[in-house]
Design a protein around this ligand. Structure first.
Ligand code: ZN
Length: 277
C-alpha cells in the first residue's frame, strides 16, 4: 500500500523494537518512505551512535522523535543499586535531550521478594531524584503501568490508578503516563481512571497493539491491532476525551511477525493502524 493523500498517517509512530532487525538508519529510511510520521527510539538502537547525529538524521528524514524508550527499574534491595538506577535514568534523560526526544518512557521495575508497596515507594523516590535534571533539560517522564503478570520483576505499577497515584504524589508537570493498551485494557476501572488523567493532561504517550487468544508468550506474542480482543476504538475514544491528541505508537513484540519480511510487516502495520486504531 502506498501512502496516498486520502489516508492520513500523521499520527502514526512506530517503535524501533517493533521492526527489530532493522538498525536505526534502516528503520528511519523505511518508515519515512512508508509515510510513517513518528519514531520511538529504544535505547539499544542508540548504542555506538551519537544521539545528536541520530536525532538530526531522524528529523531530516521528516520524522518526529516521539519518545526514548526506556528508563525506570528503580527498585532494588541494596541502596547502591538504587543509586545506580537513578544514574542510569539521568543518562536516559541526557540521551533524550541529545536525541531531541521530548520524553523518556519509564518501565518502573520491581524486585521479587520485596513488597510492591516498598517498590512503589522506591519508584516514586527514584523519579523524584531525577526531576531536577529533567527540569533543566525540559524532558518529560512517562510512567508506563505494566500488566499485573509483570509485577514480579518488571513493574510494581500495574494499573492506571497506581500510575495516577504516583503522578498525584509527585505533582509535577513533567511527570505523566505512557498509556499502553496491552497493559491496561482489562481494567474495570479504566474509564474512571482515564478520566482522572485529564487533570494536568497527564497522558504523555499512547501505545497500541493487541492481546492474542491464546497468548503463547507474554513478552513476544503481542498481536497487531485488530488481531486480538482489545477494544482499541473504545479506549482511544476515552484517551482522546481526556485530552490526548498525540502520536499513536505501534509497539508490537511478536516472534510471529518478526519471522516475516519487515517490509510486509510495516505495510500490515499501516493497514492495521487505519482499520483498527
Ligand atoms: Zn508500551
Amino acid at each position: 500500500m502506498k501512502a496516498s493523500p486520502l489516508v492520513n498517517f500523521s499520527r502514526l509512530c512506530v517503535h524501533t523494537i517493533t521492526t527489530k532487525g532493522w538498525e536505526l538508519e534502516e528503520a528511519i529510511d523505511r518508515y519515512a518512505e512508508a509515510g510513517v510520521c513518528g519514531i520511538t527510539v529504544w535505547r539499544q538502537w542508540l548504542e555506538g551512535r551519537n544521539q545528536a547525529v541520530a536525532g538530526a538524521r531522524i528529523r531530516s528524514a521528516g520524522l518526529e522523535v516521539v519518545s526514548l524508550c526506556r528508563g525506570g527499574f528503580y527498585p532494588a534491595l541494596k541502596e547502591k543499586s538504587r543509586v545506580e538506577a537513578i544514574e542510569d535514568n539521568q543518562r536516559a534523560i541526557e540521551d533524550a535531550a541529545a536525541l531531541g526526544a521530548p520524553l523518556v518512557v519509564l518501565v518502573c521495575g520491581a524486585v521479587p521478594g520485596q513488597s510492591l508497596v516498598e517498590s512503589r515507594k522506591q519508584i516514586t523516590d527514584g523519579i523524584a531524584a531525577t526531576l531536577p535534571l529533567a527540569e533543566s533539560l525540559g524532558i518529560k517522564l512517562a510512567i508506563e503501568p505494566l500488566h499485573p503478570m509483570y509485577a514480579d520483576d518488571r513493574s510494581a505499577i500495574n494499573t492506571l490508578a497506581s500510575a495516577n497515584d504516583v503522578c498525584d504524589e509527585l505533582d509535577h508537570p513533567l511527570v505523566g503516563i505512557a498509556y499502553d493498551v496491552y497493559h491496561l485494557w482489562w481494567d474495570p476501572e479504566l474509564e474512571v481512571q482515564t478520566r482522572r488523567t485529564a487533570e494536568g493532561n497527564r497522558i504523555f504517550a499512547y501505545h497500541v497493539c493487541d492481546w492474542m487468544t491464546p497468548t503463547t508468550d507474554l513478552l513476544n506474542d503481542r498481536g497487531l491491532m485488530g488481531e486480538g480482543c482489545i477494544d482499541l476504538r473504545g479506549i482511544r475514544g476515552m484517551v482522546e476525551a481526556s485530552g490526548f491528541d498525540g502520536m499513536i505508537e505501534v509497539e508490537v513484540f511478536s516472534n510471529r511477525w518478526w519471522e516475516k519480511p519487515r517490509q510486509e510487516f510495516l505495510q500490515s502495520i499501516k493497514q492495521s493502524y487505519l482499520n483498527y486504531t
